[in-house]
Design a binder for this molecule. Structure first.
Ligand SMILES: [Zn+2]
Length: 390
């Protein structure tokens, strides 16, 4: 079957997108490079030309998301294709970040694989002809470009909590063309321990909050090892103690210590349940006089998701891979993405795209052109199958 796009256009578009700086504003101070607004403007114009009606919703000044809809009044079905607009910073990069240089069958630059390449692979397939076919079939196709994925999925949370949802969502990320239909949640929280200050020469007069953190960390790890929420696709939940702060001087018994915890959850686990279980252990420690008191604070809760391998979204993606000569690989992932927030408002969720996650965020970020082309073919077949096969 004749592809919807020209390979040269796909390569050019990937280079064009790499050439538009969109560093997450938390990761750069340079006004010419930071922020997603340049990407939002470029995509908005392109999607409008393709026949979408485009809006730039967002709650944060200067950081618009892009939402392109067909505007069907009573669609029988709705599909969202979503990608994030922001990239990592460019500090320490050893290739020109915004040139889109082609060398050895690769396109180099910041965002080439995470995720301007995957985005280009989707965009070249959103043509006026295809939109007309979708309109005739009464199926609504929505394209979303979201801000702030790299630092906490800001745009996806904004849009999902304002009710943006669908029957199916395809979240673009570099997955090596694997179909990721489950990933863990990311629940981040803080534990503060209150001890009792005393002079360092007389430690028995105080309660050392740093020392008291040892049994607290053990209790947190025990909670993970006891969790019965293992999933066939995702394996067991994990925990990482990421930061610790405490103490003011070498000769003072510290009265306060705080840790930050990154808990990766599996379906069935909830932040509130995890905190309740830890709270019960810490209350026992307070009653034994190990420390005076404590506080548990949620930093953020990103939920896990799991879409069945037998859903029409996953089956259609698998068939599109096979049709394009790529072995269909379905799997779960330990990392987190915009699929988490959207899993609350979309019935079937998958993450997919050309490029390797190992190449994301690197000093010489690139995407293999051959894989970029395969990815665009698969998305082409995927969009076609929704109308003609399933
Ligand atoms: Zn990404």
């Amino acid at each position: 079957m004749k592809p919807t796009f020209q390979e040269a256009d796909l390569i050019q578009l990937t280079q064009d997108l790499v050439g538009i700086p969109s560093i997450n504003p938390i990761l750069s101070d340079d006004p010419d490079l930071r922020g997603e607004h340049r990407m939002a403007e470029f995509l908005g114009q392109r999607l409008q030309k393709a026949g979408f009606s485009v809006s730039l919703p967002g709650n944060i000044p200067g950081r618009p998301n892009v939402m392109a809809k067909m505007g069907l009044s009573r669609p029988s079905r709705r599909l969202i294709i979503e990608g994030h607009l922001d990239t990592q910073g460019i500090h320490g990069m050893i290739v020109p970040p915004f040139e889109g240089r082609i060398e050895g069958g690769r396109i180099y630059g910041r965002g080439a694989c995470d995720m301007k390449g995957p985005m280009a692979a989707a965009l070249v397939n959103l043509t006026p002809t295809r939109l007309q076919q979708y309109a005739d079939a009464g199926v609504e196709l929505v394209f979303i470009g979201a801000v702030g994925e790299e630092t906490g999925n800001l745009g996806a949370i904004e849009l999902a909590s304002s009710g943006v949802g669908a029957d199916e969502i395809l979240v673009l990320e570099p997955t090596d063309l694997h179909i990721v239909h489950a990933h863990k949640g990311a629940f981040w929280f803080e534990v503060e321990i209150q001890g009792l200050a005393a002079h360092g020469s007389n430690p028995s007069k105080g309660l050392n909050a740093i020392k008291a953190m040892t049994p607290v960390i053990e209790a947190i790890e025990e909670q993970v090892s006891k969790s019965d929420c293992a999933s066939k696709l995702l394996g067991r939940p994990t925990v990482n103690i990421g930061t610790i702060r405490g103490g003011s001087s070498v000769n003072i018994v510290p009265d306060r210590c705080v840790i930050q915890v990154d808990r990766r959850t599996t379906p069935g686990e909830q932040g509130s349940g995890i905190l309740n279980s830890i709270r019960a252990s810490l209350e026992v420690m307070v009653s034994r006089g190990i420390f005076k008191g404590f506080e548990l604070r949620t930093i953020k809760e990103g939920v896990p998701f799991e879409t069945g391998a037998d859903t029409s979204l996953v089956r259609r993606l698998s068939a599109a891979c096979e049709e394009s000569g790529v072995k269909a690989v379905t799997e779960g992932a330990a990392w987190y993405s915009d699929a988490g927030p959207f899993s609350k408002t979309c019935r079937e969720v998958a993450v997919f795209g050309p490029g390797s996650i190992a190449q994301a965020h690197t000093a010489d970020e690139f995407i293999e052109i051959a894989e970029l082309i395969k990815g665009a073919h698969i998305i082409d077949r995927f969009l076609d199958r929704l109308l003609h096969h399933e």
